[in-house]
Design a protein around this ligand. Structure first.
Ligand code: DAH
Length: 377
């Protein structure tokens, strides 16, 4: 029902309206049109067209009524037309707004329906990380030593030569320093002493004994640094766990018993162990501790014939250095060397992890390739 046939483009005079009582039927006709068109408005775009057609400022139906009927109306009609127009406007505006709200609510409902989260669908699985194998091995070692009364201490990776060398009975020109040369920090001129990246976790022996009186039973997990070129068994950064037990009556038997207990817990029963004489400036006597080769069962022979490539046919694999704490070390920490005794050990964690988990290249620990890491969730 188009509005063009209501006569909106003509004046009242042209429509033959001269009496106030002729006005009401005209507006009734407009109401009829409004009702008919309004019933067709269902969505937002219908609604916009409809609103403009009725309320548009320039050519909307109400604007035309105002311009063509009201304004040129003779004084005797003005009142009646004005009143009817106001009533019409109020109605039109109210219904248009009403419909807008209804359409909006409906649209919300449909978008709600569209966007509803279906909880019955399988979710997106976001993989969570896991501990690095080295961390896991640290944890295993800590658990074993916890179970026999050790506690964990940690120390600085930047050390002074005093803690890294001197207090461990390694004076400045001792040849053992050659093996352990490392990274010195560039310090501003006038710095009180040089600083270096620790070459082993052993400085924590000194720091611990400075702070605590015997009995001392600690392990020290941490990173250490050396001027080594990277290859399958070397890296300029690697990991150690230091151990130190000092009391008034610790014997070599306590030492071997502790180490053997650890190895059995870590690698499982069935590995054989042996101590070989060795030398470290901070232990006396010093030993290297070996386990029977995990790969060939200690036979030295490869399953495919020939000799085992891991132990090079020896049947033994060197695990770590250890020994009874050299009495000279006690002198640096004000322990009475006549009253106390103890043992210390320092193991390379990367090596232990490689042996236990069959990793044949140490570099994979530092490359963080997830294909490797995922194998140890
Ligand atoms: N600190 C030594 C190293 O890194 C390992 C070591 C040997 C530690 C004997 C000790 C020990 O505590 O008693 O080569």
């Amino acid at each position: 029902m188009p509005t063009s046939d209501i006569g909106l483009d003509k004046t009242l005079a042209a429509l033959g309206v001269a009496q106030p009582d002729q006005v009401a039927p005209l507006f009734a006709k407009i109401q009829e049109h409004f009702a008919a068109q309004f019933s067709l408005v269902h969505d937002e775009s219908d609604w916009k067209i409809f609103r403009d057609r009725w309320l548009g400022r320039k050519s909307g139906v109400l604007a035309q009524v105002t311009d063509n009927w009201l304004k040129p109306a003779p004084p005797e009609l003005k009142r009646a037309v004005g009143a009817a127009l106001n009533e019409l406007r109020a109605q039109v505006e109210a219904r248009v707004e009403e419909r807008r709200l209804a359409i909006e609510a409906g649209a919300d409902e449909t978008s709600l329906a569209r966007e509803r989260v279906d909880l019955s669908l399988p979710g997106v699985i976001r993989p969570i990380g896991s501990r690095h194998l080295i961390r896991q091995v640290f944890q295993e070692i800590e658990d074993i030593f916890f179970s026999i009364g050790f506690s964990v201490v940690e120390g600085p990776e930047i050390e002074t030569p005093y803690y890294n060398f001197e207090a461990l009975n390694i004076p400045e020109f001792h040849p053992v320093r050659d093996d352990m040369d490392t990274f010195y920090l560039e310090l501003p001129k006038g710095a009180p002493e040089p600083l270096l990246l620790r070459t082993h976790t052993s400085p924590m022996q000194i720091r611990t004994m400075e702070k605590r009186q015997p009995p001392v039973r600690v392990i020290v997990p941490g990173k250490v640094y050396r001027r080594d070129n990277p290859d399958a068994t070397h890296s300029f950064i690697f990991h150690q766990v230091e151990g130190l037990a000092v009391d008034t009556d610790i014997t070599f038997c306590d030492f071997t018993g502790t180490i053997e207990y650890f190895v059995e817990q870590f690698f499982g029963p069935g590995v054989k162990t042996r101590f070989r004489p060795s030398y470290f400036p901070f232990t006396e006597p010093s030993v290297e501790f070996d386990v029977s080769c995990i790969f060939c069962g200690g036979s030295g022979a490869a399953a495919s014939g020939g000799s085992c490539s891991k132990c090079k046919g020896a049947g033994w694999i060197e695990l770590f250095g250890a020994g009874m704490v050299d009495p000279a070390v006690y002198g640096f920490v004000n322990y009475d060397a006549k009253k106390v005794s103890g043992f210390a050990f320092g193991m390379g964690i990367d090596r232990l992890a490689m042996l236990k988990y069959g990793v044949d290249d140490m570099q994979v620990f530092f490359q963080n390739d997830v294909r490797f890491l995922r194998q140890f969730p």
